[in-house]
Write a protein that binds this ligand. Structure first.
Ligand code: GTP
Ligand code: MG
Length: 319
């Protein structure tokens, strides 16, 4: 359909020019698993890789959104354009609620240099983490200097978008004992920067000591993970946090690990996408193909073991 192609090219052009509405439209296409969305990402992909991508993770309610709101203010003061992608696997939330009620982000929503979006798993066939990665790429392509990703989670997060960040910030607050345990047990990967937020809490220094204790068990060479005390509610420590994030990026840039990190992340992405496609293909086959049903009958009747059945399934796939 030429008319449709025309629209797609037009959308790509407006997106690359930094048009906020084009970005919103593009992300919706990706979120709805519309082939046009994937085509758009294909087209603009060569123009990505310029943004600094920072992931924020940590237990619910520690103040990630408030902190991000403050960092957005700071970035705007430095004339940087920002996009925020908040990933909530369970509940989509409205713009108003996105960054909590303490900070009025009305200004940011009206600011053409800021784009804020939340995504939930609902509706994205390719899986939430694929859709969010595509969304982050679109934000990058639209010329944002900073892309901030927010995910809730400790340990085995459902969403691994955080792996695509150049810098990962773990946000904790006094009393985040579970996270300390997760770090200690190696369930949670050591982040690049740790923010202990709600520093107005009397147990802040205890928390900082505990975090330092855990970090001292880890590798001592290379980047030393800084611990920054913040009070996002009042904007305290936010500038220091921004500096540490920038310092980390400079560090990995100069060490050559940024390129390495991105290569590893993209490799994982390619494998994940291919695996997802294979999986969906196989699942469709299992549902519709009578010979596969027969194969399953054999497994159920204990005449064929699951591993041999899987091997035959794959032979069928290739043949
Ligand atoms: N006392 C205190 N409260 C804070 C501070 N920063 C944020 N809060 C409050 O903590 C609550 C949670 O903040 P959010 O920014 O929504 O936390 P979040 O980590 O994004 O929460 P989820 O996205 O639901 O996981 C809000 O009521 C904030 O106003 C702080 O520095 N001190
Ligand atoms: Mg939040």
């Amino acid at each position: 359909m030429p008319a449709r192609g025309q629209t797609a090219a037009d959308l790509a052009e407006r997106l690359l020019a930094g048009d906020k509405r084009a970005l919103a439209r593009a992300i919706s296409l990706v979120e709805n698993d519309d082939p046009e969305g994937w085509a758009l990402v294909r087209e603009v992909y060569p123009r990505t890789g310029r943004a600094s991508v920072v992931g924020f993770t940590g237990p619910p309610g520690v103040g990630k959104s408030t902190l991000i709101g403050r960092l957005v203010e700071l970035a705007r003061g430095r004339e940087r354009e920002v996009a925020v992608l908040s990933i909530d696997p369970s509940s989509p939330f409205t713009q108003g609620a996105l960054l909590g009620d303490r900070i009025r982000l009305t200004d940011h929503f009206l600011d053409p240099g800021v784009y804020i979006r939340s995504m939930a798993s609902r509706g994205s066939l390719g899986g939430l983490s694929e859709a969010t990665l595509q969304a982050a790429l679109l934000m990058d392509a639209s010329g944002k200097d900073d892309v901030f990703l927010e995910t809730v989670g400790v340990g085995q997060a459902e969403v691994d978008i955080i792996d695509h960040a150049d810098t990962v910030v773990l946000v904790l607050m006094p009393g985040s004992g579970d996270s300390i345990q997760a770090l200690k047990a190696g369930v949670m990967e050591i982040p690049d920067v740790i923010a202990v937020n709600k520093a107005d809490h009397p147990l802040t220094d205890t928390m900082v000591r505990e975090v330092r204790g855990v970090l001292s068990l880890g590798p001592q060479a290379g980047w030393r993970v800084p611990i920054v005390k913040t009070e996002a509610g009042r904007g305290e420590g936010v500038e220091e946090l921004a500096d540490k994030i920038a310092a980390h990026r400079d560090f990995i840039d100069s060490e050559g690990t940024l390129a390495e990190r991105r290569r590893r992340n993209l490799m994982n992405e390619v494998v994940a996408l291919a695996a997802g496609r294979l999986r969906r293909g196989l699942e469709a086959q299992v549902k519709d193909d009578p010979t596969v049903q027969e194969l399953l009958d054999e497994v159920v009747a204990r005449r064929l073991d699951p591993a041999s059945a899987a091997a035959r399934l794959l032979e069928g796939e290739e043949g």
